[in-house]
Design a protein around this ligand. Structure first.
Ligand SMILES: Nc1ncnc2c1ncn2[C@@H]1O[C@H](COP(=O)(O)OP(=O)(O)OP(=O)(O)O)[C@@H](O)[C@H]1O
Ligand SMILES: Cc1ncsc1CCO
Ligand SMILES: [Mg+2]
Length: 267
């Protein structure tokens, strides 16, 4: 393992600390994302109202913001939460779901990016489009390979001073200086909705454990998904059984299994 802090350290500390993760995510993802966090051992709270999101963010160890089912009121809640996170020095994660699809999403993403996310997590089309490249995404689904998004990810990491995670068949994570690829997971993962959104929330949970190490935290969260995805796929008959087996695998995974099975290499 080339990492300074192995994934198992984050998993152990997460289970000791049970961090409160303030998730502003979409209607589709709320249930599965909360279950993913509970399965691993964190404490999720899905709070998006503009009246309280800024106040709530101060209670949490990390904040995650996903624009999947955006509306004006939600956007004001996101803005308040991002500002509160930055002011209190807490890590926050941006998931710019299909930000290229409409002017409303593009403007919202531009506004949120200016608030300085600690980590940006998206699929290949989202990351390529965010860097201004030609992309082939359709709605919320990627039409591009992670391989083609590496340059865009590096560019975004430099431009925003953020950790950037691109997910897909092989994941890629960079902070502009270092970069790792993570193999694993399953072809069934993109056939269950909102697993990417759930991963964004898990990245927040791992970042809450060690706010000073967002790069290693992102690698640890993505590696946990890759290993749990492999374990779950072993026995699954299709997307349905994969979905619940994946939660079981996230609950059952322990530190030695995670470090042993994680396939993290320099990119
Ligand atoms: N073909 C694949 N093989 C293995 N793992 C995959 C594959 N595609 C996606 N994954 C994994 O699925 C998880 C979600 O990533 P994905 O890129 O599908 O997110 P997303 O497109 O944002 O998803 P969503 O918008 O539905 O939440 C990641 O852990 C990723 O590694
Ligand atoms: C299907 C879907 N639609 C808006 S958000 C979302 C979850 C996957 O991104
Ligand atoms: Mg997504």
């Amino acid at each position: 393992m080339l990492l300074q802090i192995p994934p198992s350290t984050f998993l152990k500390e997460l289970r000791e600390q049970i961090p409160l993760v303030h998730c502003i995510t979409n209607y589709v993802a709320m249930d599965i994302a909360a279950n993913v966090l509970l399965a691993v051992g964190a404490s999720p709270a899905m709070v998006h109202a503009e009246e309280e999101a800024g106040e709530f963010a101060k209670l949490a160890g990390a904040i995650t913001i996903n624009i999947g089912t955006l509306s004006s009121g939600w956007l004001r809640g996101m803005e308040a939460a991002a500002i509160a996170a930055t002011q209190s020095g807490k890590p926050w994660v941006l998931d710019p779901v299909a930000h290229y699809a409409t002017a409303f999403r593009r403007d919202a993403t531009e506004l949120l990016l200016k608030l300085g996310p600690t980590i940006i997590r998206g699929n290949a089309s989202e990351i390529i489009a965010l860097a201004g490249g030609a992309f082939r995404g359709k709605g919320v689904d990627t039409g591009d390979d992670v391989e083609h998004a590496k340059h865009s990810a590096r560019l975004l990491a430099d431009r925003h001073g953020a950790v950037v995670a691109v997910t897909g068949a092989v994941d890629f994570i960079t902070d502009g200086k270092r970069a790792f690829r993570i193999e694993g997971g399953s072809v069934l993962m993109p056939r269950v909705t909102a697993l990417g959104c759930s991963l964004t929330c898990l990245v927040g949970a791992f970042a809450a454990v060690r706010p000073g190490a967002p790069f290693e935290a992102t690698v640890a969260a993505v590696a946990t998904f890759a290993v749990a995805g492999e374990l779950a796929a072993d026995k699954s008959e299709g997307p349905g059984s994969f979905s619940w087996r994946f939660l079981d695998a996230l609950g059952a995974i322990d530190g030695p299994c995670l470090d042993h099975r994680a396939r993290v290499t320099t990119a």
